[in-house]
Structures are given as structure tokens and as C-alpha cells.
Design a binder for this molecule. Structure first.
Ligand code: ADP
Length: 461
């Protein structure tokens, strides 16, 4: 290797470019707020998608009876049933099953995919035990969590805009996915009804709010990212004339598409250019789990090529995209040993790299730089949402207790990321305001949330 730029110089430049001082974070929060406003004003403009969900009412706690949820958002789908007992008894019993979607169905026809789902749902529904009580003469109702881009026009219908996440099913795009499921259930002789169609953020918000009425924002930080929140109907010009009894609606921000004023580097630009959706989902590519490890890999790769990092220990493996996952950089950051032995082993196991202590320290600093930027920016996004909510409620947000429920494998498993997110929220809001904002981790609430929304939108209410 010919050393032309030493690793420390690359690291210094990286830290400089990734820095997230308070003024920058405040600009990001302000821009998020402005983009939300623009997205609420009109579709297809410069703002965020800000998708109306037609969910007006969050669970009250009074929901009673047996409800189902079906969650399709990736290569697995989950079916769940819950027996709700109202204010005092709450969730009496719950049971779920996870089924992986056979590869061929991801490339088959719409009928084949929905028939498979309806069949597995029918099998699951046939096995209700004594803890679950169903009122005879009724249809079993389902909350359907469908985490693909959908254009909704009511709580129980939505047109698929496009498949994502590796699905290439023919014949669904442009159709109502609830109708697709209903038809498949009919073909399977299954007498159930979809009462609510939601995405996973909305399910998470409903599930968390059931246990804590102050939850008004939900954020997913997993492989990808999204956030939703409770908006005032009169602050949604693009729904002019639409009436809701509560005067509110949950809006799915689709904030992964945000891109204003982010501190980006050559590594981000190159990763974006090589991605399946160049120029899109820039916020997601800066803060979510799918990408943090890959950004670190790209920095290390440059340090190897330009700066002779890892000296004689050349590794071809490090040039393989996504060979370092976010769980790997997370594991490295948990290494508290003096000689950073765990980092050494991980680099060796993953990429065949032999490293010395000072090199491991550099690796650790690269991880921390990328994760700090990600967590801080996610926090600024949260503050942007809170600012937007405050605009329409004249002091009702700050000053009252408000809970932001966060779910997803990244937030759940990465302590440093979590801390950086919370740091930036505190820093931007200041002590007084941030005292009333609770950032709460919530786990797997989305399934129960969907079932609760099926209950609150029940045809038997
Ligand atoms: P998904 O978002 O795919 O529906 P999850 O919410 O479980 O599912 O998130 C999975 C993502 O969480 C992974 O892609 C990874 O980026 C991140 N993740 C999982 N485990 C860890 C970990 N131990 N440390 C850091 N990140 C993790």
C-alpha cells in the first residue's frame, strides 16, 4: 500500500463533516417541521409525503372482545389474536404465530400470495382455545398491518402504490390490498373482515397509547425508519372538507424521505449512488439500521486504500458491500476491554483483518462518529415533529407530558444510538421543555395496536 492520506487525517475530516452541533440540529428540526407543513398542504410537492391514515381515534382502553391482527411487512408475516377485556382487564389473552413467506410467492401472482396468507390465517383462526371468546353470529375482525407504500382513502381500504423490500408480486399494484385479502379469504371460505388497514408506525402508536394516553408520536428505528403522530384535522389543508369526529388524524410522515440540511459525506453519496433507490430516502440512509454499518465499512475501506490502515493485513472481504452490519459496529462499541480484543476478533471473523490497538481505536472512533450523527439527527427529527405539533396547539405540547414511543431493532439494541438520540432531544428542547417529553422504548406493540384499531373501527360498535 502506498500511504497517501493517513487514517487519522481521514478520521479528522470525517468527524468534521459528520459533526452535529446544536445549531445544525436545530436547522434540521426546523426543516423537518417545514417539510411536514408543506406535505400537509399538498401532495406531490416539495414536502414530505405526510400520508393521511384515516385513523381518527386512538384506543380508549374500553375495547372488548376477540380481535385479530395480520402483519405483512417483510419476509415474515405474523398473525395474532387478542382477547380484550376493557378498562380493568385490558389484554386478557394473546397468541401469535409467525410464518415465513416462501420465496416463490414473492415473485408470483397477487392471488397466490393472498391465498397463502388467507390459508395460514384460516388455520390459525381454527385453533382458538378456551381463553378466547367469540360472539356467535359475528364476523371475526382483523387489523391489517401492511408496511408497503399505500394510498389510503378510508380506514379499511388502500391502493398499493408499489411493492418494496424485494417483493415483485404481479397484479397487486394499483389495487386495494384489503379487497385482495377479502377476496382470498372468500376463496378460502374464511368469514373474516378487515376493519382497519394500518402501517407499522400507526400500529405502534395505537399499541403504546393503549397503555399510556400521553403517547402522541411513534417512531420506528429498525432496518428502515418512519414516524407518525397525532395531527389536528384543521392543520391538514390537503384534506380540506374532510370531517373527523375527534378533530384529529394520525399522519404517517414517511420521514425517511427527508433530506434537507443533513451533514453528508462522500461515503454517504457513494452509498446512495450504489443503492437501489439513488437520491431517495436520504434521512433513512443516514439514521437507520440498514445503513450505519455500511457507511462505517466504506470509511474503513478508504482508510485501507488511501492510508494503509491494517498495514500488511490486506482484506478483500472489506470491499464487499454490507459485510459489516449495524449489529457488528454495535458489538464493537460495547468492547470495554483495554486492548479492544472483541473489536480485534470481530474484524478478523468478519473480514479476515488483523489489527493492532491503535487501529482498533480508529475503527471505534469511526463507528462512534457515524452512530452519533445518526442518533443525533433522529433526535432532531423527533424535535421537528414536536415543534410541528406545538404550532397548532398553542402551548399544549410543551409543558404537558407527552410521550414519544420508539420501536425497532436499532433503537432497542444499540445503547449508544439511544443515548445520542436522547442527548439531541434534550439539547434542542432545553431542560424545562425536555422534562415533559418522555422518550419511551416500546416493543412489538404494533400487532396489538392493529387489533385495537380493528376494535375501535369495528362494524359492531
Ligand atoms: P425491521 O425493521 O426489519 O422490521 P427490526 O425492528 O427488528 O426489524 O430491526 C432490525 C434492524 O435492527 C436490523 O436491520 C439492524 O439494523 C438493527 N439491529 C438488530 N440488532 C441489532 C444490534 N444488536 N445492534 C444494533 N442494531 C441492531
Amino acid at each position: 500500500h502506498k500511504v497517501s492520506v493517513d487514517p487519522i487525517t481521514i478520521l479528522t475530516k470525517l468527524k468534521h463533516e459528520c459533526a452535529t452541533p446544536a445549531p445544525l440540529l436545530q436547522q434540521v428540526a426546523d426543516a423537518m417541521c417545514a417539510q411536514m407543513r408543506a406535505g400537509l398542504a399538498a401532495d406531490g410537492g416539495s414536502g414530505l409525503p405526510m400520508i393521511p391514515t384515516y385513523v381518527h381515534d386512538l384506543p380508549t382502553g374500553n375495547e372488548k372482545g376477540l380481535f385479530y391482527a395480520l402483519d405483512l411487512g417483510g419476509t415474515n408475516f405474523r398473525v395474532l389474536r387478542v382477547q380484550l377485556g376493557g378498562k380493568d382487564e385490558r389484554v386478557i389473552a394473546t397468541e401469535f404465530e409467525q410464518v415465513s413467506i416462501p420465496q416463490n410467492l414473492m415473485f408470483g401472482t397477487s392471488e397466490e400470495l393472498f391465498d397463502f396468507i388467507a390459508l395460514r390465517l384460516a388455520k390459525f383462526a381454527a385453533k382458538e382455545d378456551g381463553r378466547f371468546h367469540f360472539s356467535a353470529g359475528r364476523k371475526r375482525e382483523i387489523g391489517f398491518t401492511f408496511s408497503f407504500p399505500v394510498k389510503q382513502t378510508s380506514i379499511d381500504s388502500g391502493i398499493l402504490i408499489k411493492w418494496t423490500k424485494g417483493f415483485a408480486v404481479s397484479g397487486t399494484t394499483g389495487k386495494d390490498v384489503v379487497a385482495c385479502l377479502n377476496e382470498a379469504m372468500k376463496r378460502q371460505g374464511l368469514n373474516m373482515r378487515v376493519s382497519a388497514l394500518v402501517n407499522d408506525t400507526v400500529g405502534t402508536l395505537a399499541g403504546a397509547e393503549y397503555y399510556d394516553n400521553d403517547v402522541m408520536v411513534a417512531v420506528i428505528l429498525g432496518t428502515g425508519t418512519n414516524a407518525c403522530y397525532v395531527e389536528q384535522i384543521n392543520a391538514i389543508p390537503k384534506l380540506q372538507g374532510y370531517a373527523s369526529s375527534s378533530g384529529k388524524m394520525i399522519i404517517s410522515t414517511e420521514w425517511g424521505a427527508f433530506s434537507n440540511g443533513l451533514p453528508l459525506t462522500e461515503f454517504d453519496r457513494e452509498m446512495d449512488a450504489a443503492s437501489i433507490n439513488p437520491g431517495e430516502q436520504i434521512f433513512e440512509k443516514t439514521i437507520s439500521g440498514m445503513y450505519l454499518g455500511e457507511i462505517v465499512r466504506r470509511v474503513l475501506q478508504k482508510m485501507v486504500e488511501m492510508g494503509g490502515l491494517f498495514g500488511k493485513s490486506v482484506s478483500q472481504k472489506l470491499s464487499i458491500p454490507f459485510i459489516l452490519g449495524t449489529p457488528d459496529i454495535c458489538a464493537m462499541q460495547q468492547d470495554n476491554s483495554g486492548d479492544l480484543q472483541a473489536i480485534g476478533s470481530l474484524l478478523y471473523d468478519k473480514a479476515g483483518i488483523e489489527s493492532n490497538l491503535s487501529e482498533r481505536k480508529t475503527v471505534l472512533e469511526v463507528c462512534d462518529t457515524i452512530v452519533k450523527r445518526g442518533g443525533n439527527l433522529a433526535g432532531a427529527g423527533v424535535v421537528g415533529i414536536l415543534q410541528k405539533m406545538e404550532e397548532n396547539s398553542e402551548g399544549l405540547i410543551f409543558g404537558n407530558r407527552i410521550v414519544v414511543a420508539i420501536d425497532g431493532g436499532l433503537y432497542e439494541n444499540y445503547p449508544q444510538y439511544r443515548a445520542y438520540l436522547q442527548d439531541s432531544v434534550k439539547e434542542l428542547l432545553g431542560t424545562e421543555k425536555s422534562n415533559s417529553v418522555v422518550i419511551d422504548h416500546t416493543k412489538d406493540g404494533s400487532g396489538i395496536g392493529a387489533a385495537l384499531l380493528a376494535a375501535s373501527n369495528s362494524m359492531y360498535k
